[in-house]
Design a protein around this ligand. Structure first.
Ligand SMILES: Cc1cc2nc3c(=O)[nH]c(=O)nc-3n(C[C@H](O)[C@H](O)[C@H](O)COP(=O)(O)O)c2cc1C
Length: 206
C-alpha cells in the first residue's frame, strides 16, 4: 500500500532533506468519507502516549468524537463558523487537553508544551497511515469546556480533524485555492541562531 495514498498531497519544498513523514504531513480541509477505524485511532493516541514530557508527567488527554455522535457535535459546536464551514466533512474531531498542575499541586509550566509534543507524534503516526490531521485554534474555549464537561484543572490545546484527505474540488472556491496553494515557511536563517540570540548559524559547514 502506498503510504501517501491521498487524493491530493502537498509535500514540503524543503531547503534540506527531511524524513518523508515530515515532508508529506500537511493540514488539508477536504476529507474523503472513508471512516477512521478504531484500531487506527488507537495507533494515533498510542503515538501521542509515547511523547516525552517534563518529569514524565504526561499531562495530556484527548476527547474525540466520530461523525454522527454527540461528542462530535459538541466539539463541532464550539468551532468558529469559518472552521465549521469546512470541518463538516471530517470523520473524526478531537481536542487535546493539558493538566495544569503537577501531582504536588504546583503549576506545570510545560503542560501545553508536552501536549504539543504528543500531538506532534500523533501527526507523524497519522501521516504514516495515510491520514491527515488539521489542528484548529479557531474555537470558543468556554463553549468547548462547557459542552465537553472539561474541568478547570485542564487547559485546552487545539481541536483537530482526523481523516483521509479528500478531493479539493469539494471545497468552496476560496478554500480550494488555499488547499492548492504552495506551502511556505520562514528560512532557517530567521530562527536558528548559533552562540547567541540573533547570530545566524552557519549550517553549510561540513
Ligand atoms: C495551534 C494551531 C491552530 C490552528 N488553527 C487553525 C484554524 O483555526 N483554522 C484553520 O483552518 N487552520 C488552523 N491551523 C492550521 C494552520 O493554518 C496550518 O498548520 C499552517 O498554515 C501550516 O500548514 P500545514 O500544516 O499544511 O503545513 C492551525 C494550526 C495550529 C498548529
Amino acid at each position: 500500500m502506498a503510504i501517501f495514498a491521498q487524493t491530493h498531497t502537498k509535500p514540503a519544498p524543503t531547503d534540506h532533506p527531511v524524513h518523508e513523514l515530515i515532508r508529506e504531513r500537511w493540514s488539508p480541509r477536504a476529507y474523503s468519507d472513508r471512516p477512521v477505524e478504531r484500531p487506527v485511532l488507537a495507533r494515533l493516541f498510542e503515538a501521542a502516549r509515547w511523547a516525552p514530557s517534563s518529569s514524565n508527567q504526561q499531562p495530556w488527554s484527548f476527547i474525540f468524537g466520530e461523525q454522527g455522535s454527540s461528542g462530535y457535535q459538541r466539539i463541532f459546536d464550539a468551532l468558529v463558523p469559518f472552521n465549521q464551514g469546512w470541518v463538516k466533512s471530517a470523520p473524526v474531531l478531537a481536542i487535546g487537553l493539558a493538566r495544569k498542575n503537577s501531582a504536588n499541586g504546583s503549576p506545570n509550566h510545560y503542560a501545553l508544551y508536552d501536549l504539543g509534543q504528543a500531538v506532534g507524534l500523533l501527526l507523524v503516526e497519522a501521516t504514516s497511515l495515510g491520514l491527515a490531521v488539521h489542528e484548529m485554534a479557531g474555537f470558543d474555549a468556554e463553549k468547548a469546556r462547557t459542552n465537553l464537561n472539561i474541568p478547570e484543572t485542564h487547559d485546552l490545546g487545539a481541536i483537530m480533524t482526523i481523516g483521509y484527505a479528500g478531493d479539493p474540488n469539494t471545497l468552496p472556491d476560496a478554500l480550494k485555492e488555499r488547499e492548492l496553494a504552495p506551502r511556505t515557511r520562514n528560512p532557517l536563517a530567521q530562527f536558528v541562531f548559533e552562540d547567541a540570540f540573533g547570530e545566524v548559524a552557519n549550517l553549510k559547514r561540513a
